[in-house]
Design a protein around this ligand. Structure first.
Ligand SMILES: [Cu+2]
Length: 453
């Protein structure tokens, strides 16, 4: 127990400083690779889990580079002719299936579902990305083993009219109901290390895929708390994708969920419900374009399935003004909350003559925080508390407390609601756990790589 406790503390501490940097760089978009031709190599490397575990994996590498888990997120445009060339550096035939696409396979050797690249060989797949949406791809060869080993990834098809550098054009399916400000991918997988170790120790003949006891659970190829570390973090060379989500009040956030492993996972959003807009890349509208999806806070993401939802959050219904006009909870409100007209929303000394801040529920504007804050001595603090209940505000904290919340945002844990999946090999916290941070409207969150404030 001591050993584990120490190790966990060390991991959390090591992540602390990096996260402070990460927030400012955290993306509001999905990391991936764009284009029409993709050259993938199936090969072997290791991934790291949040408990320090190192696991032998098989995976897809881009352009002869390092194997990654999951495979490269392929981002393509509706109507484009797509080619995926696969080279196999693994000891058994490997193929790729693209559910939802009409694929032509060229070269390779016949396998159960499609043509495969034999060890040392190649195969090529081509298809037209006919429909926008969220899709997946994975090995179609010895799939009960090769999917476990990591040969899987996401495919995103942009609708016609989508322009990466113009957020006004952002939508998942080309219609207003699927329009969004920021988008995030939550590709969910699970892992039982036994087969991976059998491969590493040259005991492939001993692999029994009917025995399956996962002990690691991943979002975008990382276990918590690595899910919160920046994309392309140098210390996670084979796990380039993060899973941290950020938004401002009132933003529409597209969440793309993919069941890419062997178990289903109940993916749960705290903070608010989202509206389900599509399943398996199929927009959920009727013949008159009316929404036929539903509002939910937990999605049962089953293997092979993709689900898209639109999430938003305004603080509506809380009955108090999330922006406050007090920027310091140690100076409690004086009772002067007359509503619009004399509120210094930003704490910059300037009275803002606005009815409501962006994304705010007007009904809550100017309403005071409803309770007297307890004394610090009567509180337990989490690493994500800014010291103030108001959005974007930083309050006083005891020495050594807080520190993960760079901009006074609200942190909502988004996670698997199967609680055992919040561990790394029985050590909590970990697994399929990440955060949605609601940030003050003044906090810059890039819509695309390279966007500047
Ligand atoms: Cu929860």
């Amino acid at each position: 127990m001591m050993r584990y406790a120490k190790r966990r503390t060390a991991i959390l501490l090591s992540v602390t400083a990096l996260l402070l940097l990460a927030w400012g760089n955290a993306f509001g978009y999905i990391s991936g690779v764009t284009g029409t031709t993709f050259n993938l190599t199936a090969r072997h490397a290791h991934v790291t889990a949040g408990d320090g575990g190192s696991i032998p994996m098989w995976g897809f590498a881009l352009d002869g580079g390092t194997m990654q888990y999951p495979g490269p997120t392929l981002i393509v445009n509706e109507g484009d002719a797509i080619t995926v060339n696969l080279t196999n550096n693994l000891p058994e035939p490997v193929s790729i299936v693209f559910p939802g696409q009409a694929v032509t396979a060229t070269g390779g050797v016949p396998d159960t579902l499609t043509m495969a690249a034999p060890p040392g060989g190649t195969v090529s797949y081509s298809f037209t990305a006919a429909n926008p949406g969220t899709f997946t791809y994975y090995s179609g060869s010895h799939a009960d083993f090769q999917v476990e080993m990591g040969l899987l990834g996401a495919l995103i098809v942009r609708p016609s009219g989508f322009v990466e550098t113009n957020p006004a054009t952002y939508s998942a399916y080309g219609d207003a109901g699927s329009a969004y400000d920021y988008e995030y991918l939550f590709l969910l997988t699970d892992l039982d290390p036994v087969a991976h170790e059998q491969f590493e120790f040259d005991k492939l003949h001993k692999v029994d895929t009917t025995e399956f006891t996962p002990v690691y659970w991943f979002i975008n190829g990382r276990t918590g708390p690595d899910t919160l570390a920046p994309a392309k973090a140098g210390w996670l060379p084979t796990q380039p994708y993060d899973a941290l989500a950020r938004m401002h009040p009132g933003d529409r956030v597209l969440i793309r969920m993919i069941g890419a492993g062997r178990d289903l996972h109940p993916f749960h959003t705290h903070g608010n419900n989202y509206h389900v807009i599509a399943k398996d890349g199929v927009r959920l509208v009727d013949g008159a374009s009316n929404e036929i999806g539903w509002s939910d806070f937990t999605q049962t993401v089953v293997p092979g399935k993709t689900v898209d939802g639109i999430f938003t959050w305004t603080g509506a219904g809380m009955g108090w003004d999330i922006y406050g006009h007090q920027q310091d909870i140690d100076n409690p409100p004086t009772g002067d909350f007359p509503g619009a007209g004399d509120i210094d929303h930003n704490g910059n000394g300037v009275i803002d003559n606005v009815a409501a801040e962006p994304g705010e529920d007007p009904a809550d504007h100017g309403l005071p925080f409803p309770v007297t804050m307890p004394d610090q001595l009567d509180l337990t603090f989490g690493q994500f508390y800014s010291g103030s209940p108001y959005l974007g505000a930083m309050g006083a904290l005891p020495p050594g407390e807080g520190g993960f919340n760079a901009f006074g945002g609200y942190f909502f844990m988004w996670h698997s609601h199967n609680e055992k999946e919040l561990t790394n090999n029985d050590i909590f916290p970990g697994g399929q756990m990440t955060m949605m941070i609601v940030e003050h409207p003044s906090v810059f969150i890039p819509h695309y790589e390279g966007e500047t404030p």
